[in-house]
Design a protein around this ligand. Structure first.
Ligand SMILES: [Ca+2]
Ligand SMILES: [Ca+2]
Length: 526
């Protein structure tokens, strides 16, 4: 679940500089860096995730094996070769796959049983085995903050003030009257003459982590899926775990951080190479505080800056955000950058189907440090669906010009543009968006610095995003032209550039680099 999130305006307009050529201002971000967070080093066992490319999948919409119009695990298993061989992904994030009354699954009624629409637990295990056999790791969406109001725990809890499960949820005899920290809706809901707390809505009552039995049970469920083979979790709505007052007291509390620390430690004891990637929709300094809990974090401020920067042909806010991260984040954490997820308008729609902008966004994402996450369909230009509902952000994967997701009737309509924006039409076309994604993922894997190196943004004109990536042994220069006009600049580093990947028309003559509009290049510097 995501609350309404807006990047503070302070992220924009800080750098109005319009320098015509690159200024070789190396490492300017480190000279005036504020005090860093306490050093947090990810466990060495998690190093596999540094650089790995992940792919977010909504099982209901990915591939249907039996013609009932609903995607399932057998369908997903049949597409693993596409993900591994044709695209090059190293990991999968599965949106919720446990039993749920809703189509999206973010309100669970049974944390140990695979959603029946998607198949059986055995189907899930076969999928997991086939993914692992191909070298793909799988993390599961783990919804810790709340359950469904139809979960047996809540039904028991709500049945009486003396129920054994009463304290598994948060109850009050009177209405405290709080509203959502991001909006005006109430967070206390009336049931059987008492009020229970549910920050998202009445159908999702919050679990009570002050009750030791709740913490013990949720931690046990985490261990259960790790021992079943999961490679970690995407953690839903983690900043709302423990609330202690109205308004801002409902997020980012010290008790929330404490529960997350204990959960991360438990996960690491159970499976040392497991990763946890948290959904904390906050600004960069607040996001930084969650790394100390032992989590990776989706980089919401950077995602918003990239989409905005690509759309406007201006790299300034991306550069500022990168510098904010370097200043605030503990050194050597593993970032989790992305462009959009299941809560956002599809990037093809946000960028008005402009194929040059879609390439720009892909190249930026895939040259960043950390673990980039691609939302399914982004690689073929999947647009938002035909209605204003959230389902339109999660429409069936377009495999062929007529859809190809099911032999039956899809559970929700295909998005517009399926005739051209689909896997079959793009897979053998070297000029397609899918080939562009494949090429940049492959380039990433040819360079240790691109996979694992630190990032240093360079000061440039506003239409250029340039940075170096350093792994110690390897030194790489990355330049993206986000502008609608060509750009020419002086090589901002010393040494001989050797192309790892250059878009068509990018050229270097002596110390001069030329980039056509909306193009990118990456060079190893010798
Ligand atoms: Ca099905
Ligand atoms: Ca909560």
């Amino acid at each position: 679940m995501e609350s309404t999130f807006r990047i503070p305006r302070a992220y924009t307009g800080l750098r109005a500089a319009f320098v015509a050529a690159l200024l070789p201002l190396l490492s300017c971000s480190t000279t005036a860096a504020p005090v860093r967070q306490r050093a947090v080093r990810p466990a060495p066992n998690q190093e596999w995730a540094r650089g790995a490319v992940f792919y977010e999948i909504f099982v209901r919409s990915f591939a249907d094996s039996d013609g009932d119009g609903i995607g399932d695990f057998n369908g997903l298993t049949s597409k693993l070769d596409y993900l591994r061989n044709d695209l090059g992904v190293d990991g999968i994030w599965l949106m919720p796959v446990f039993q749920s009354p809703s189509y999206h699954g973010y309100d669970t009624t049974d944390y140990e049983t695979i959603e029946k629409d998607y198949g059986t637990n055995a189907d899930f295990h076969r999928f997991l085995e086939e993914a692992h056999r191909r070298g793909i790791r799988v993390i599961l969406d783990f919804v810790m903050n709340h359950t469904s109001s139809q979960h047996p725990w809540f039904i028991d809890s709500a049945s009486s003030s003396t129920s054994p499960k009463r304290d598994w949820y948060v109850w009050s005899a009177t209405n405290p009257g709080w509203t959502q920290p991001w909006g005006g809706d109430p967070t206390w809901h009336l049931k059987n003459n008492a009020y229970y707390y549910g920050v998202f809505w009445s159908g999702m009552p919050d679990l009570n982590y002050r009750t030791p039995a709740v913490k013990a049970e949720m931690f046990r469920l985490g261990r259960y899926w790790l021992t079943q083979g999961a490679d970690g979790f995407r953690l839903d709505a983690t900043r709302y775990l423990v609330e202690d007052g109205p308004g801002p007291g409902q997020a980012d509390t010290p008790e929330t951080h404490q529960v997350l620390k204990e959960f991360a430690a438990d996960v690491q004891r159970t499976k040392p190479d497991a990763i946890l990637v948290a959904e904390n929709t906050v600004d960069t300094p607040t996001l930084a505080t969650y790394y100390a809990d032992g989590l990776m974090n989706f980089n919401f401020p950077l995602a918003s800056a990239i989409v905005d920067g690509v759309n406007n042909g201006n790299a300034s806010r991306i550069r500022t955000t990168l510098r904010d991260m370097i200043a605030a984040y503990p050194p050597r954490i593993i970032d989790a950058p992305f462009l959009t997820n299941h809560d956002h308008t599809r990037i093809a729609t946000q960028l008005n189907k402009d194929s040059r902008k879609l390439r720009n966004a892909a190249a930026v994402l895939l040259t960043l440090p950390g673990t980039p996450f691609i939302y399914y369909g982004e690689e073929v230009g999947l647009q938002n669906g035909p209605t204003p509902a959230d389902e339109s952000k999660r429409t069936p994967m377009p495999w062929t010009p007529t859809g190809g997701f099911t032999t039956g009737t899809p559970w929700f309509a295909y998005a517009p543009g399926v005739a051209t924006a689909n896997v079959a039409s793009e897979i053998n076309d070297p000029q397609s968006l899918l080939s562009y994604y494949r090429n940049w993922i492959a380039a990433r894997k040819r360079s240790v610095a691109l996979l694992k190196g630190d990032i240093t943004p360079l000061e440039t004109s506003s239409q250029i995003l340039a940075f170096t990536r350093d792994s110690g042994d390897e030194h790489v220069l990355v330049i993206h032209n986000l502008g609608d006009s060509s750009a020419s600049l002086t090589l901002p580093v010393n040494g001989l550039p050797e192309a790892i990947l250059e878009d068509s028309g990018v050229s270097i003559t002596g110390s001069n680099i030329s980039l056509p509009a909306r193009s990118s290049g990456v060079w190893r510097i010798r």
